[in-house]
Ligand binder design. Structure first.
Ligand code: FAD
Length: 311
């Protein structure tokens, strides 16, 4: 069995593994996709000490560090079920999608998050054919074209500001009667000449022809009228969803948003199970935050292991 088994190979999971492996504990990482959101990220300019890097490059460096620390990396391994240990001296069981059952004395859950989907007709059909979730990755594909950003929170308004600099025109579509983004972002948005903002607009469909997006249909919630915007791309920016559905009835405490509830030390409500990064209740979903929280969870697992002898 593993002494520490980490679920998730993003910045949080890797940081946790580096810490526990360096304590001499037998550590494994099971990751559905090593690197996590880094694999979808282009420029990263907010890592203190690293003026500029790119997500896949950072992920490759993290993988190198995982190998150097002799961490057992299981990539393309999706966890399906968690059966917590009955007692602190017993083993937790993690079942993977390939049927493998892994045993561990302690667990660190670092399964991250993903963009929330609109759930309207056309969204799935035209994904990567005009429907996008990552302005940093896909913005340049729409150079000289008209796009919409759905969502008026910080991520939506940031995306609209970002895209306005690249594309011909941006329509920001918000369901509510007002934007929820920080005022400084809204002011910046209003200062841009090629952005329209629609509020009280419920996106109902993404249309297309010949395999590509050609429009967005919305209901004007004030008049009840249905309206169509002709465009080439739709960026969906309506929030992040924690990857915690699989924890179902494991007994692990989640917040109302499905985030794993952790204390200051990264401990969950279950003994020997810790969590870190975007899948937790810790605010500010950022790389350095995830790495810091992962390190904390690793040290907490160490602390647990030295206090609880195996059965
Ligand atoms: P993630 O990176 O989401 O990694 C989660 C890991 O868990 C992955 O390996 C995933 O495959 C795995 N996993 C999920 N479910 C399971 C399962 N059931 N079984 C096994 N494995 C599972 N942050 C910044 O600080 N600066 C930026 O410039 C920046 N730009 C970004 C740009 C984009 C497009 C995106 C999407 C995010 C960006 N972020 C940025 C946010 C940053 O990427 C995240 O905060 C960070 O990656 C979170 O790390 P994490 O380890 O918690 O989760």
């Amino acid at each position: 069995p593993f002494e520490v088994l980490i679920v998730g190979g993003g910045p949080a999971g890797v940081a946790a593994g580096i810490y526990t492996a360096r304590k001499g504990y037998k550590t494994g990482i099971a990751a559905e996709r090593f690197g996590g959101q880094l694999q979808d990220t282009l420029g990263i300019e907010n890592m203190p000490g690293t003026a500029y890097t790119e997500g896949p490059k950072l992920a490759a460096e993290l993988e190198k560090q995982v190998r150097e620390n002799t961490i057992d990396l299981m990539n393309l391994a999706e966890a399906r079920t968690l059966v917590p240990a009955g007692q602190a001296s017993e083993l937790h069981t993690l079942e993977l999608d390939n049927g493998a059952k892994l045993k561990a004395r302690s667990l660190i859950l670092a399964t991250g998050a993903r963009w929330r989907e609109l759930g309207v007709p056309g969204e799935t059909e035209y994904r990567n054919k005009g429907v996008a979730y990552c302005p940093h990755c896909d913005g340049p594909l729409f150079k000289g074209k008209r796009v919409a950003v759905v969502g008026g929170g910080n991520s939506g308004v940031e995306a609209a500001i970002d895209l306005a600099n690249i594309v011909e025109h941006v329509t920001l579509v918000e369901f509510d009667s007002k934007l929820r983004a920080d005022e400084v972002l809204q002011a910046k948005l209003r200062s841009l000449g090629n952005v329209d903002v629609l509020v009280n607009a419920k996106t109902t469909e993404i249309t297309g022809a010949e395999g590509r997006v050609n429009g967005l249909v919305y209901e004007d919630r004030t008049s009840g009228e249905e309206k169509v915007i002709a465009l080439a791309g739709v960026f969906v920016q309506i929030g992040l969803v924690p990857n915690t559905e699989w924890l179902g009835d494991s007994g692990l405490a989640l917040s109302q948003y499905g985030e794993i509830a952790v204390d200051d030390e990264g401990a969950t409500n279950l003994p020997g199970i810790f969590a870190a990064g975007d899948c937790t209740t810790v605010p500010y979903k950022q790389i350095v935050v995830a790495m810091g929280e992962g390190s904390k969870a690793g040290l907490s697992a160490f602390d647990f292991l030295i206090r609880n002898a195996p059965a």
